[in-house]
Design a protein around this ligand. Sequence first.
Ligand code: MLT
Length: 404
Amino acid sequence: MYQINANYQKLPGSYLFSTIAKKVAAFTKANPDKKIIRLGIGDVTQPIAPAVIKALHQAVDEMADAATFRGYAPDLGYDFLRSAIVENDYASKGCGISADEIFVSDGAKSDSGNIQEIFSQECRIAVTDPVYPVYVDSNVMAGRCGEYDSASGMWSNVIYMPCVRENGFVPEFPKETPDLIYLCFPNNPTGTTITKEKLQEWVDYANKQGAVIIYDAAYEAYISEDHVAHSIYECEGAKTCAIEIRSFSKNAGFTGVRLGFTVVPKELKCGGISLNAMWARRHGTKYNGAPYIIQRAGEAVYSKEGKTQLKEQVDYYMKNADTIKTGLKDAGYEVYGGVNAPYIWLKTPEGMTSWEFFDYLLENANVVGTPGSGFGPSGEGYFRLTAFGSYENTAAALERIRKL
Ligand code: MLT
């Protein structure tokens, strides 16, 4: 008789955003006349930029001609895209990353969930709290997190690093020694970030402890302040302790197109074994490469027109962030984030729990956000709003919240 992977049974309920979708669907069914404004999941709303659409069309036409048709993509990514990534994201910042350290994939969610596979089951993970749920859930599935305590919302074998207003949402070095450290800056969900100086301290810490930092930089395009690093490889010594995950979803609107990449430096070695070679082996076995047309679209993100158009899109979303931030402040809320990230993190009013505030906002303003506690125990008492809506909807949502 077969056995299932019992670790799945340990996962509480459904994935956060599925729970929210179900709640909203039930509310909509009961209140069909209400116009819901969704500022919950961080999904983009603006169309793909013209330069990218043009590249997509061209690539589709190539697929229609036997002379230019492409079958399986190279499983680590086409050279044209890997080179464009190196040139634009790394060489220009003096990071010293080469094309064979870039692994193109279908997105940061898959990579951040899958990367744990190349580490031993004995590895102890440390996560910031609140945290993007994928990091913890993927390690739970792999049997690395111990048991779940529903009272505290914590896993017995996970090291939590609270990020709350009291410490400026900056994680402190944990008392226990981690093997894998998940960091995401600019941060999802808090919308806050850390200085390059502080990030350097984390790199030094990881090198000293013999730990690996899994650095999710999906929101780097939203950085507006000079003292914030766009890549962890801007820090000295990061190539011996850090893996960086990037996405095209948030900077180029690829949430429905799917494209991302992971950087595994060749210098990153465990007892002489190259993690780059391991990830290449894993990729080659389990992945047949991101589609050619999508990689051409990714290349266009780095074209001159693409860069200009995408900068406008980022500015558009950041105007929303500012609208939310200012609107909430005017309404008396305590608000964080929204300067280097498209997320606003607010303190729930009058001691409401995150889910109580979720219901309150849905019922009274017909606005959907994301309860902070869904991201971890230290998210309790906080709430996330995304700046990825249309400007009209964002302004309307704020007007409704102000009237409450
Ligand atoms: C979020 O809302 O946290 C993000 O959309 C999740 C993701 O990028 O997968």
